[in-house]
Design a protein around this ligand. Sequence first.
Ligand code: ADP
Length: 512
Amino acid sequence: MATDTYVGSVDQGTTGTRFMVFDHGGNVVASAYEKHEQIYPEPGWVEHDAMEVWENTKSVMNTALDKGGLDPEQLEAIGVTNQRETTLLWDAETGAPIANAIVWQDRRTTDRIETLEDEGKADMVQQKTGLEPDAYFSATKAEWLLDNTDPIKLQRARPQDVRERAEAGDLMFGTMDTWVIYNLTGNHITDVSNASRTMLFNIHDMDWDQELLDEFNVPAETLPEVRPSSDDETYGSTDAGGFLGAEVPVAGALGDQQAALFGQTCFDSGDAKNTYGTGSFMLMNTGNEAVMSDHGLLTTVGFQRSGEPVQYALEGAIFITGAAIEWLEDMTLIDDAMESESVARSVDSTDGVYLVPAFTGLGAPHWDQRARGTIVGMTRGTRPAHVVRATLEAIAYQTKDVAEAMVEDADIDLADLRVDGGAVKNNFLCQLQADIVDTNIVRPVVDETTALGSAYAAGLAVGYWETVDELRKNWQVDREFEPNEDADYSKEFERWHDAVDRSMGWAQDDDE
Ligand code: ADP
């Protein structure tokens, strides 16, 4: 009979679902991953089949335990982390989704947001939710599902009664954390960080907001109970007679970026992390204060432990960072992402070249849907290596733009910046980032910070870890990049902004 115990984390992401098992030291002891189908019914629409996601969740949990030679009884708790904002409605009685989930990337409700703006309601929404109104968040997706779901697909449905059934409490609304928690425990629950991304939740009152529910026509009867991200009461337990074959408490949940903040042990005001994946998400803990941004950042719930006040965060979303490296590969300027490092090092500078990777517009802090990718400053002597280096510099400049906005909004100095994600394997990028932001860039040993964060939330709740200090001790530096004293990118940073100006407003209609 094995005696070691662990904490598991379900990481329900955009492209797939992972289950990871962590030990006391925060080390990964078992892991399994499965992709799910991306469904594109129309241009700009993105959907997931929630039943497929749940089947995959069960499968990765069992596979990881099998591969690790672990008994489910050895799990002391399970945490959940998830792609944020993706929205689903299901039948409260049968548990069957009434339609595919609408994924965060889906743009079908853009017009609805424009109407909201035309009606002068954007400020009201932003004041209450901390969010810049956008189709990205759950509210307009839920409204769309309630207005457009084919009632024929509803179990035992009579035509036209989707809204009626929602108002009667026969339908449940949820983001993917809620879906996973519901299927694991039978309870209809979300955590505060995920609630804060719905655009239906008042982050000051920390409750669903009736004015927003009325605006977006979402009946309160459909909403999950909102709980702390790390909850001593637990959200419920798996069923000993169920797929896992053990009764394990589900005790923590965090949206993916908030989970990374937690996994990077950014527990105090001023602590910040940046995740460099396809795009980048920088979050800074602002303590118990919800700092409203004057610079195009989102104000969001960072996390909450039961019995403690909420910790808020400022968030800057950069659409394209690692994806710009993928573009270099597509253009055959490099063979693979790793090669971007040696190619960039092969030249001393970009030779005056600036690349703005605004392939899908610009996010924080510039926010321009019509910006497009731009390369400026080329001469007859420009070589592929200059463009490759300019791309890495662009990733670092974009992060500096967000970091400066955060420091100004929060009036907090950035002590150091903890980094994770696929692109931080690139040492050149990390050093460049330190030089350009003029702060220490710290890369931890465990780079699975998202799954780790939700495991921490769940493990703290059940006492697997007693204090956050234990978690801080687990957090080990792989490498720290200090700003090089001789490095001075101030002139280049000014020129970067000239390049950004030239990229803006390029697309003439939304289809370009
Ligand atoms: P996501 O979670 O968004 O899918 P990952 O965290 O897995 O992303 O990171 C993948 C991204 O990292 C890709 O866009 C890839 O181009 C980029 N990447 C991977 N290795 C490197 C590298 N050595 N240098 C720069 N970018 C890299």
